[in-house]
Write a protein that binds this ligand. Structure first.
Ligand code: AMP
Length: 193
């Protein structure tokens, strides 16, 4: 199964994508993690991405698309994956569609995590104490939420029109959310069968 996990910053995508990846037996591919890994290793890609990430802006599509194309082309992602943090723009949706179509495959389901804005901000500020992320400060978090609302939230409608969107309440304990996410995936696999 090829799944996307979507939702605003702080919604818990990373946490639940890991469990989903074991469920579908494919890699958890987080574009944010890939960028952070490149920054830590001082690669050219990392240097390109760094200033956008620190400002809470999206890295340009061309850069992000190349990185994703490369990662999805690796053998472990041939049959299943959980993509976390991509696509984030309409152009990225089109790139992903074309990429998968060229292989005769497609996205099987999209899990959306819903969490109110105030809770997102307080979660991220709590996380900032341990994450050390340059973009986990209150100003940048609020900007990231605005960018998400403008550019990424509308993509959920696109996937909804395709019958792929499974919205999950992302509040409550991680265990409760995990159970809801698993139910959503069960219905996604039923729908895609
Ligand atoms: P995340 O870990 O998913 O919150 O991503 C951290 C940051 O990486 C984002 O705020 C963006 O600056 C950048 N990023 C991650 N994924 C994408 C993407 N699909 N398109 C553009 N920028 C991205």
């Amino acid at each position: 199964m090829r799944l996307l996990i979507m939702g605003p910053p702080g919604a818990g995508k990373g946490t639940h994508a890991g469990a989903l990846a074991s469920l579908v037996r494919g890699p958890h591919i987080s574009t944010g993690d890939l960028f952070r890994d490149n920054i830590a290793r001082g690669t050219e890609l990392g240097r390109l991405a760094e200033k956008y990430i620190a400002a809470g802006e999206y890295v340009p599509d061309a850069v992000t698309d190349d990185m994703v194309r490369d990662r999805l082309g690796q053998p472990d992602a041939a049959r299943a994956f959980v993509l976390d943090g991509y696509p984030r723009t309409h152009a990225q949706v089109a790139t992903l569609d074309a990429l998968l179509e060229a292989r005769g495959t497609a996205v099987d389901g999209v899990v959306e995590l819903i969490v109110p804005d105030d809770e997102l901000v307080s979660r991220i500020l709590r996380r900032s104490a341990v994450s050390g992320r340059s973009d986990d400060t209150e100003d940048v978090v609020r900007h990231r939420l605005a960018v998400y609302g403008d550019q990424t939230a509308p993509l959920l409608e696109t996937y909804g029109e395709r019958g792929l969107r499974h919205s999950v309440d992302g509040t409550g304990s991680p265990e409760e959310v995990r159970r809801r996410v698993e139910r959503a995936v069960a219905s996604a696999s039923g729908a895609g069968a």
